[in-house]
Design a protein around this ligand. Structure first.
Ligand SMILES: Nc1ncnc2c1ncn2[C@@H]1O[C@H](COP(=O)(O)OP(=O)(O)O)[C@@H](O)[C@H]1O
Ligand SMILES: [Mg+2]
Length: 399
């Protein structure tokens, strides 16, 4: 037997595994690293977060990613170079961060690398009948495995697409395994670049679990801030949006996009929710003359409004609690707007459930890596079409 296969077999048989979950979302803010101790699998999964850190990307690296991110036309050479370069940069960040935590690379069993999404195009976006759903994450995992000497699992989304899904949201697995409760109906809301939620019924009935993207998370606010305030990457603590007022006309135009008319569950990305989307709405509503502050206030309100609408349309249960994660929980006006839209619902951070809201997505990929090497495929013969596949991801050996 090849030594690498033997090593993987040994890891799969360990009662506790140390898995480093990596997430670099569409906000392009940095790489989240969550070092987890994971035992068992499926609904019995036990997970303890040992260390967490977000390592911010430097400006040049962000610029390189932006040059190929969510654009219909990019240089094929640049794309090719960036696949290798992101893998290399991520491996350097991993080595530095493990050293900072005083963790030896040999103590980590598996790395779960999400990679950098650069394009997401479900059929509902591209409308080309001869093509199916598609998504692309880059940052070659062989670079990570080779440079860290740790077996790396990556490219989690393709199996979901191969099985008929849109490759997203994948949060449903970890949310269902780690956070379902028979005591209450829960919504796990993640507000990253794009926002998505998972509904977890107290019945624990998998057929009632719902998981969908809802539209923009922070992305419109981020893009508009970056465009009008060159030194800012995002509207920190909503300082800009708080100075403006909501324009009803602009709000109506923003809501008037075909994405909001498509049935749930659905997925999306910055291919739709970008600066051009805002410009089109400003023109359509004849609000080009309103101030930057008013546009920001409207984008903030719009983001909360579309999240709340998606929840109201999907969830018929009277009682449920919302547990929020992702960078959006740090935006006080966004959370206030959301609470105003859902006045009878308690909205709290996932911290109250023992899950660091900034680490949650990276943790969920550690869970998927655990399922890939020791999950039970029996579980996946369920009828919920969100749970389409397991043993997701491709395995890269170090040597
Ligand atoms: N203090 C804050 N005030 C307002 N927004 C914030 C704050 N901290 C983080 N954010 C938002 O969170 C985003 C990052 O969220 P994150 O969950 O990492 O998204 P992604 O998964 O897309 O990388 C930032 O781009 C910013 O919009
Ligand atoms: Mg991020």
């Amino acid at each position: 037997m090849n030594n690498n296969i033997h090593r993987l077999y040994q890891i799969a048989n360990k009662s506790e595994k140390i898995i480093l979950g990596l997430m670099s979302g569409t906000s392009l803010d940095g790489l989240d690293l969550a070092l987890c101790k994971v035992a068992e699998n499926g609904v019995n999964t036990k997970l303890q977060l040992l260390h967490f850190e977000t390592v911010e990307y430097d400006i040049d690296f962000k610029k390189h990613i932006h040059s190929i991110f969510c654009k219909e036309k990019v240089s094929l050479e640049k794309l090719c170079l960036m696949n290798e370069h992101i893998g290399l940069v991520h491996s350097q960040i991993i080595n530095k961060t493990l050293a900072k935590w005083n963790i030896k690379n040999s103590d980590v069993d598996i790395i779960a690398s999400h990679g950098q999404t650069i394009y997401h195009s479900p059929k509902t976006k591209h409308h080309q009948t001869e093509f199916g759903n598609a998504t692309l994450q880059i940052g070659d995992a062989d670079h990570i495995a080779f440079n860290t000497n740790i077996i790396t699992i990556s490219d989690f989304r393709q199996k979901h697409i191969a099985a008929g899904g849109e490759g997203a949201p994948l949060a449903i697995y970890g949310d269902f395994f780690l956070l379902s409760s028979k005591n209450e109906n829960r919504i796990l809301l993640n507000i990253g670049g794009i926002a998505n939620f998972t509904f977890l019924p107290s019945s624990l009935n998998i057929d009632e679990v719902i998981c969908t993207d809802v539209g923009a998370g922070n992305t419109l606010m981020d893009s508009y801030t970056q465009h009008h305030f060159p030194n800012k990457y995002y509207d920190e603590n909503a300082a800009i949006a708080m100075q403006g007022s909501v324009s009803d006309d602009l709000l109506k135009a923003l809501c008037n996009h075909e994405f909001f008319k498509q049935p749930f569950p659905k997925t999306t990305g910055q291919e739709i929710f970008n600066l051009q989307f805002v410009k089109n709405a400003l023109v359509a509503s004849n609000t080009m003359q309103i101030s930057v502050l008013d546009v920001m206030a409207t984008l903030n309100y719009f983001t909360a409004y579309t999240i709340a609408e998606a929840i109201k349309q999907n969830i018929q249960h009277k009682n449920y609690c919302i547990y929020a994660s992702g960078g959006g929980v740090n935006n006080p006006l966004l959370m206030q707007n959301l609470q105003q839209q859902l006045p009878n619902t308690q909205i709290q951070s996932t911290a109250i459930l023992g899950i660091n809201p900034n680490a949650k997505e990276a943790i969920l990929f550690a869970v998927l890596a655990n399922e890939t090497i020791c999950g039970s495929s029996d579980f996946y013969h369920q009828s919920n079409k969100n749970f389409l596949a397991i043993t997701m991801g491709k395995i890269s050996f170090s040597k």
